[in-house]
Design a protein around this ligand. Structure first.
Ligand code: RP5
Length: 163
């Protein structure tokens, strides 16, 4: 991967989120997009969060942030507060409320501070990666082509009849 190649940071609030968030990294890798997974908690490691988003990530060429968190999920929102790069939030089901807690925490951002919120859980992690690729594809035609290929293969893989 070259230094000028855009990178996606995949952040998660706990190492316990990795079993779901690895779907984002796998999808990014399948699309040939450089990615880096980091455990960063808005609540437990606020300094690590600040340093990564404001200094390390821009220096590494990160262009889009994907943030997965459960419970009182503030990771995506605080990331959005720290950067003007696009932030995609993946609500995770890790509390006792089936993901409704993290969904509302992630999606209900105040005006002026967007977080593109995707589905709860693994489908959301995968979609976050594809959405990040679509964003990067606006400035990188080769990435846009790979997204088109993915969609075409997906369409071709849907049978017309159940049996
Ligand atoms: C959130 O709290 C994390 O994203 C995780 O989903 C949830 C619980 O964290 P652990 O207690 O499992 O570390 O910050």
């Amino acid at each position: 991967m070259s230094a000028t190649e855009p990178k996606v940071a995949v952040l998660m609030g706990s190492k316990n989120d990795w079993n779901i968030m690895q779907a984002a990294c796998e999808q990014l890798t399948a699309l040939g997009i450089a990615n880096e997974a980091r455990v960063i908690s808005a609540h437990r490691t606020p300094q690590r969060h600040h340093d990564f988003v404001t200094a390390q990530a821009p220096a590494e060429g990160v262009k889009v942030f994907i943030c997965g968190a459960g419970m009182a999920a503030h990771l995506a929102g605080v990331t959005a507060a720290l950067t003007s790069s696009p932030v995609i939030g993946v609500p995770l089901e890790s509390g006792g409320l089936g993901g409704m807690d993290s969904l509302l925490s992630t999606v209900q951002m105040p005006g002026g501070m967007p977080v593109a919120t995707v589905a709860v859980g693994k489908a959301g992690a995968k979609n976050a990666a594809i959405l990040a690729a679509q964003m990067l594809g606006l400035g990188h035609p080769e990435i846009a082509e790979r997204v088109k290929d993915l969609r075409a293969k997906q369409t071709a893989g849907v049978p017309e009849f159940p049996e």
